[in-house]
Design a protein around this ligand. Structure first.
Ligand code: HEM
Length: 377
């Protein structure tokens, strides 16, 4: 698709078919900034996001039409490029409602959803503070990396003096399908990722698993969602030396087709029975078994992650991994699945969670209103 509507019941970039590129940024509000600064910032982000997602440059004069004695309003690198399926999705972190020292900087503490807290520590977590948390987040997805980067660059420029980037992540090669019209992409372990996902076409699935329902939390969040971001380093070099049968056993699916090891093709339902069967089985520690709804009280997540390679580390290993993003109606969904995985997943030998964040994603914006407006009503 060329352009997705910015305004709507829900924010775009969640059930929107996953685009190819990501620029994700977490922001902290600047010291001394006020509730009014926050509201003005969200209003400015709204106007700019509506323009950019429609393929326009921002401001009254844009990138090249303004006065010679002022910096251009738009940085200009997306001039001439189409909207490229850009979506901008904004979320609010726990610290926006209550800072780590307990202060309520923006008069929002009474509006904090009870579930919006720092995620619990999971076994094996090696989280870096500098890659975790944040008062606000923006997920910019597009089919052209220049368009996604332009969006984050201009939104952080608009934030100058009010909020600054705390950490950010570029991603490529969506690791999930969120629509049955999409072929399943592969993660950097070479496996199809997103086969068993919450798909846009499943009737009722988004309401059941993704959107916060009225009455479930504070009224301002109805029609919104929770975004979990986990920066997961992959020890690619170790993985690449492991034999094919080990790789398939770890995931629980075949590498080529992505079929469950219990047989069939990609979309065949897995058979988890271990007794009385011959041939390759889905072992007790296979990732897909432990992540499957059958093992998690029926819980499902809408996964929308991206691959990343941030150059290499000091030992010459690729700084590669999966920037895992999931959307869910309650953080409890992620916590339940991740608890299961952190304790038992065979994949843990090859991955390391190094960044973590949770955000409440407000519902979509009505024309004339602004991002998160019900929170300030
Ligand atoms: C399924 C890879 C981390 C949740 C899968 C599949 C692969 C995969 C290849 C099978 C295909 C599919 O259905 O998409 C990975 C890799 C990870 C990772 C390489 C880390 C680098 C996570 C995390 C979670 C998660 C952190 C959530 C806590 C799921 C779920 C499924 C799944 C819910 C679908 C299970 C089913 O219903 O069959 N993953 N995954 N994954 N993964 Fe992951």
């Amino acid at each position: 698709a060329g352009a997705y509507a910015f305004y709507g019941t829900h924010q775009a970039g969640i059930v929107t078919p996953a685009q190819d590129r990501l620029h994700f940024a977490a922001f902290d509000m600047s010291p001394g900034s006020s509730r009014d600064d926050l509201i003005e910032l969200l209003k400015d982000w709204t106007v700019a996001s509506a323009a950019m997602t429609a393929g326009r440059d921002i401001g009254d004069f844009g990138a090249a039409g303004g006065p010679y004695d002022a910096p251009p309003e738009d940085t200009g690198e997306a001039l001439g490029l189409p909207a490229s399926g850009l979506t901008i999705t904004v979320g609010f972190g726990p610290t926006l409602f209550q800072a780590t020292d307990g202060t309520d900087r923006f008069g929002l503490a009474h509006n904090r959803p009870a579930e919006l807290t720092t995620l619990p520590h999971f076994p094996g977590d090696l989280l870096e503070e500098a890659r975790s948390g944040g008062d606000l987040c923006i997920q910019a997805c597009a089919n052209d990396p220049q368009v996604a980067v332009h969006a984050i660059r201009n939104l952080s420029r608009i934030a100058f003096g009010r909020a600054a980037i705390r950490w950010s992540q570029l991603g490529f090669g969506r690791t999930s399908s969120t629509s049955t019209s999409q072929a399943t992409a592969r993660n950097l372990f070479g496996f199809k990722d997103g086969t068993a996902n919450v798909m846009a076409e499943e009737p009722g699935a988004a309401a059941e698993h993704v959107w916060v329902q009225p009455g479930e939390g504070p009224a301002w969040l109805a029609g919104g969602s929770y975004l979990v971001a986990r920066r997961i380093r992959m020890t690619i070099e170790t993985w690449d030396r492991s034999i094919l049968s080990e790789q398939e056993a770890v995931i629980g699916r075949t590498k080529g087709e992505g079929a469950p090891l219990s047989g069939g093709t990609e979309f065949t339902e897995p058979d988890f029975a271990l007794a009385g069967r011959s041939g390759p089985l889905i072992g007790p520690h296979a990732h897909m078994r432990l992540a499957h709804p059958d093992q998690n009280h029926g819980i499902r997540l809408l996964r929308r992650g991206y691959n990343f390679v941030d150059g290499n580390d000091e030992l010459g290993r690729l700084a590669a991994g999966l920037f895992f993003i999931s959307f869910q109606r309650s953080p409890e969904q992620f916590i339940t699945v991740q608890q299961n995985l952190a304790g038992h997943d065979a994949l843990n030998e090859y991955i390391r969670h190094v960044g973590s964040a949770l955000f409440a994603v407000p519902p979509g914006v009505r024309p004339g209103s602004f991002l998160g407006a019900p929170l300030f009503a």
